[in-house]
Ligand binder design. Sequence first.
Ligand SMILES: [Zn+2]
Ligand SMILES: [Zn+2]
Ligand SMILES: [Zn+2]
Length: 280
Amino acid sequence: MKLTYIGTAAAEAVPALFCECSFCENARKRGGKELRRRSGAIVNNDLLIDFSPDTYTGTLSLGIRLNEVKYVIITHSHSDHFCPHELEFRRAPAFCILPDDRAPLKVYGNRNIEAGIRQALGDDLALHGIDFTYVPPYVPFKAGDYTVTPLSVIHCLPEDAYIYLIEKDGKRLLYGNDTGVFPEKTFDYLKGIKLDIVSLDCTMGFRDCETGHMGFSANLKVKNRLEENGCVKDDTVFISHHFSHNSLREPDGDWTYERFSEKVKPYGFIMSYDGLVIEK
Ligand SMILES: [Zn+2]
Ligand SMILES: [Zn+2]
Ligand SMILES: [Zn+2]
């Protein structure tokens, strides 16, 4: 299983679109890993997680081909994760030329995602080459050879925001962004399930936050709970992900990729960056 991060920032990106703060100004100068697109990732070459405003340009610069994507799973309806108007361009032959027998793009998500797609594209999704399926939490579904399970998290109530457990060929990825510490039902569901890769929201950096988003101390809490619940192996990879310029900018200095990475390494975490690839 190969996980590639297409974007690793919170909603306003890093540097933030219109921002003149010190971190954003420094990020513009430093370039490289300090530039972060809106969040999203891809598993292998065919399962996309979230569709941010930066998905297209991100995939272009990473050499990822969206025409090879068969499945899209969406975590929640915030605009940094879900741009339903982009799906309009799957309509063939108006906006893309594809073989006649190409299956529709299968999109999965909660009820808010369903409403958003229908609002953007209307009810005739087949016309746009899209096949949407509402997926309830805690019920595994098949997307080709993947087994995917949405798990509820608290982020933007009353919307039922999800993280996803993704399994293929005996490997398991738990992909999350935009969550606080998980609700008990989600920890309970994961009990005894061995995870290979765990990607956690770290929007708040080293600030304490456990609700709606997480800071790194909450990432450690989640890791500890997963360890207690028998989910962690010797080689499980933990990644802190989804960063905001507001929490990377601190009076004692910028949390650059290098500085942040050094700080979290002793705790068994790595910091995500655009283009990071984890292979298991
Ligand atoms: Zn977000
Ligand atoms: Zn800024
Ligand atoms: Zn969000």
